[in-house]
Design a protein around this ligand. Structure first.
Ligand SMILES: [Ca+2]
Length: 326
């Protein structure tokens, strides 16, 4: 989540078109390969793929002639044998069940209290239930508010598992419903737990999901490490077809193993990162911890406008971590 040089896109529709084509040419093909050759849940994935194919039928017509070429090219880049299948066993979870107003379980989560975090964020992150608490319906609500607090014009929250759950490899997933509005920046991410010893970005960072509130149909998955951080991170976007991430819950996940990180939205594999894809050291071989936060403003997302309503709420139904027992 440390971005320093990213530019705010003002052309959502054209960017969406580009991303959709990228998604079509790589994600759908990868998903096709993964579905039919290596990953579990064949029936469900075929159903998802059919739904996806229906939604991009116009693209199919336009690109029909190119399809064999794309398939051939993608097959050459990512063989079915490259996609590893995990035998996932649940090792950690928070379902956020409990009475409304309760703080997140202190046995699992810490609050990072303060502001900026290196990104020029505007909010002050507190440990108050007004900014992070259970909603009584099985969700954690992280709430950004417009209020003057400790010298900042907004408040919100940032919670981490550092020192309480630090883990290496596995499938990390969360079911989240996004807020919406310019300058709103929710994220679900992993940070190297050795950050105090080696600092950032040497510690490594895996952004399972980032989202710019002014682009509610797009999410982004990234890794930051030495030589490829901030605006030079290795990243890819996933766009919903005629839908938005703030109107319902979606599942965001990574599957992280020795020399690979896969990125998923609702079981669509849309990005594969291996050591060959990073322009620097591969630093994803030690323990990381989980972070959930909702930022207001900052270099990555730009700043709130008159179109941004407050309070803004990021709802998290659950966070689950699985270990590969293969
Ligand atoms: Ca829940």
């Amino acid at each position: 989540m440390k971005w320093r040089n990213s530019k705010l896109s003002n052309n959502i529709s054209s960017q969406a078109s580009i991303i959709n084509l990228k998604h079509f040419s790589s994600s759908v093909v990868l998903n096709t390969i993964a579905t039919f050759f290596t990953r579990p849940g064949l029936v469900r994935k075929v159903a998802l793929l059919k739904k996806k194919m229906a939604s991009v039928s116009k693209v199919y017509i336009l690109m029909g002639c190119c399809l064999p070429i794309i398939l051939f090219t993608s097959w050459g880049c990512t063989k079915s044998s490259d996609i590893k299948e995990g035998n996932w066993q649940l090792v950690w979870e928070d379902e956020f069940e409990g009475e409304v107003g309760l703080l997140p379980d202190s046995a699992k989560w810490n609050f990072d209290i303060g502001t900026d975090w290196g990104n020029q964020q505007l909010e002050y992150d507190t440990d108050r239930p007004e900014n992070a608490s259970l909603d009584g319906n099985g969700n954690l609500a992280i709430v950004a508010r417009k209020e003057s607090f400790a010298g900042s014009p907004f408040t919100s929250a940032r919670i981490t598992t550092k020192g309480k759950f630090d883990f290496t490899y596995g499938r990390y997933e969360a079911r989240i419903k996004m807020p919406w509005g310019p300058g709103i920046w929710p994220a679900f991410w992993l940070l190297g737990s050795n950050i105090d010893e080696v600092s950032w970005p040497q510690c490594g960072e895996i952004d399972v999901m980032e989202y710019r509130g002014n682009e509610p149909h797009l999410i982004h998955g990234s890794v930051h490490g030495p030589g490829y951080s901030g605006g030079n991170a290795v990243t890819k976007s996933f766009a919903l077809e005629q839908n938005r991430f703030d109107t319902d819950f979606h599942i965001f996940a990574v599957e992280w193993g020795v020399d690979y990180i896969y990125f998923f939205v609702d079981d669509h594999l849309y990005q594969v990162i291996t050591p060959e894809d990073v322009d620097g050291e591969w630093v994803y071989d030690h323990t990381f911890h989980i972070i959930l936060n909702l930022a207001v403003g900052g270099n990555y997302v730009g700043f709130p406008t008159s179109d941004t309503n407050f309070p803004q709420t990021m709802l998290v139904d659950w966070v689950r971590v699985y270990e590969d027992r293969n």
